[in-house]
Design a protein around this ligand. Structure first.
Ligand code: ADP
Length: 365
């Protein structure tokens, strides 16, 4: 259903109902105002009479626990009210985490570490957001860890309160190496609970492979979650990289571009091709190739690649060191032996060790 831009629509929502809408076309904006009652968007409570703006691509759900009247202004591609939602289930998960936080407070222990897993487009990020918002509304300060390498939301975790715990978002890659990665993340973060969205097979595999003290909870996905096509996903990823360098329309950033001599940087790639056991040097495990560092001589193949600027002091520390941030190789001049970098901060680079990623970004700004 298409709604004319000037037309205002009013919706009266019964308790436990959800108004869902999508802002599809590139130039449109949609404005939402709560007229009466109470309502929330992915766990964030709406302030009465305040107007909220949603831009192209937004897929929104306005949920009410007690009933409300909302006004929507602008062109939406889809807009409907849903009576069936998994919100009670999600709020029960929040309540269970809160019980663990209260216990952690009482016994001065660390709070619950929960991980959200599931295939692509089942609402993992949305459920993380709901659980985080509910925790914050209770005065908690949980850490959000985003391991979704494809569609990440942050690059720095928030502030810590010991009992609040951690909510970990993961990536929709859940088969083979992706599954192995989930298991190793769960171990590395010493998770207490894993919420599995939508996939029973993944649920059963985790019940089989995780130790008994880790609670595995199956959750239905919301009927409102919208599937994104491959091209939309690529677009969203590009947009995130663009935002990293250039900011958002409301908060613009002005990146720097400068030349660096080939000889002034050391570029590495993590991971070498797998070798059969018989060809491995003595004492090396088959999996070691995954974290092997490969030095790269600047060549046309590094053009447009995103590189992490490592804080490592030498090659041996690279795998375990933090990164200062990211740069993009926008030009390569073999004659002058120079690369041009797009960087959030001016010259000089905080360190001369760069780690090349597979991600590529064409700077068309
Ligand atoms: P995942 O993290 O599993 O890939 P997301 O949480 O990013 O999935 O959800 C995919 C899209 O669906 C997002 O744009 C989100 O805003 C939208 N979405 C999630 N839940 C709802 C809902 N109940 N109603 C409408 N849209 C929703």
């Amino acid at each position: 259903m298409s709604v004319d831009k000037k037309v205002l629509q009013e919706f009266t929502l019964e308790r436990d109902n959800e108004l869902r809408f999508e802002v599809e076309s590139k130039t449109e904006k949609v404005y939402l105002t709560l007229k009466s009652g109470t309502a929330e968007v992915f766990g964030t409570e709406l302030v009465k009479a305040k107007t909220y703006e949603f831009t192209a691509g937004a897929k929104v759900a306005v949920f009410t626990w007690h009933g409300c009247v909302v006004e929507v202004k602008g062109k939406t591609d889809v807009i409907y009210t849903a009576k069936e939602t998994p919100m009670v289930l999600y709020s029960n998960c929040h309540a269970a985490l809160e019980v663990m936080r209260v216990e952690a407070d009482r016994e001065n222990k660390r709070g619950p570490i929960a991980m959200l897993v599931g295939p692509c487009d089942v609402g993992k990020s949305t459920v993380c957001r709901i659980l985080l918002n509910y925790a914050v509304r209770m005065g908690r300060r949980p850490i959000y860890v985003d391991l979704d390498v494809g569609q990440g939301h942050i690059s720095i975790p928030g502030t810590i309160a010991r009992a609040s715990g951690v909510i970990i978002n993961t990536c929709g890659w859940i088969k083979n190496a992706g599954y192995k990665q989930l298991i190793s993340n769960a171990k590395a973060f010493e998770v207490d609970a894993i919420f599995v969205l939508d996939q029973e097979r993944l649920y059963n595999e985790l019940v089989r492979d995780m130790p008994n003290f880790v609670k595995i909870i199956f959750m239905a996905k919301s009927g409102g979650v919208v599937e994104r096509s491959k091209s939309l996903r690529v677009e969203a990823r590009d947009q995130r990289i663009r935002e990293y360098f250039y900011g958002t329309p409301k908060n613009s950033l002005y990146p720097h571009s400068f030349d660096v001599k080939f000889s002034d940087v050391k570029i590495y790639k993590v991971g070498a091709p797998a070798l059969p056991d018989s060809c491995l040097p003595l004492g090396m495990k088959a999996d070691d190739h995954l974290t092997k560092l490969v030095p790269i001589t600047p060549n046309a193949g590094i053009l447009h690649h995103i590189m992490a600027v490592s804080f490592a002091e030498n090659e041996d520390d690279i795998i375990t060191s933090h990164v200062a941030g990211f740069v993009c190789v926008t030009n390569l001049d073999t004659e002058r032996q120079m690369i041009t970098l797009l960087s959030p901060q001016p010259k000089p680079l905080p360190n001369n060790i760069l780690v090349m990623s597979d991600l590529q970004f064409m700077d068309t700004h």
